[in-house]
Design a protein. Structure first.
Length: 139
């Protein structure tokens, strides 16, 4: 059903509101998510910002067990600045981190991030993958 929902949204190009109590489902389907507590919105943001930058303690606790590598895209971690000393390996900005982490972690240099036209739009360093996926700092 989730695949069909995404297909319809892509085909119709319409804004769709989907209400769920399943956070994993929301992460997969949504461009923006509202997390509510007692009828009040705690945070309204992109899935990546909710996971990486929870606005409240409630949201932090709600998202602390989210498998970041399965949720976040390379675009969510890339730096916009382009450097001269990049790896030969390139990665799409739309790739889920889990799908390319192993290859990125074998690189010594920052990895160029490309868009659908194969243009470099940023870079990601292997240490950023390690820090984001494995660090669980408490704020």
């Amino acid at each position: 059903m989730q695949d069909e929902f995404l297909r319809l949204q892509e085909k119709l190009q319409k804004t769709i509101m989907f209400i769920t109590h399943d956070f994993d489902e929301a992460l997969r389907l949504a461009d923006r998510i509202a997390i509510m507590k007692d009828g009040i919105i705690e945070q309204l943001d992109t899935p990546a910002n909710i996971v990486l930058n929870p606005a409240t303690e409630y949201v932090r606790k709600f998202t602390e067990e989210v498998p970041r590598g399965k949720v976040l895209k390379i675009e969510d971690l890339m730096e916009k600045s382009e450097t001269k000393n990049l790896s030969d390996f390139k990665v799409s900005k739309d790739e889920i981190i889990e799908n390319v982490a192993e290859k990125i972690l074998t690189q010594e240099k920052s990895v160029p991030v490309i868009d659908k036209n194969n243009n470099i739009v940023g870079c990601v360093h292997p240490s950023k993958i390690i820090h984001t996926v494995f660090s669980r700092e408490k704020k």
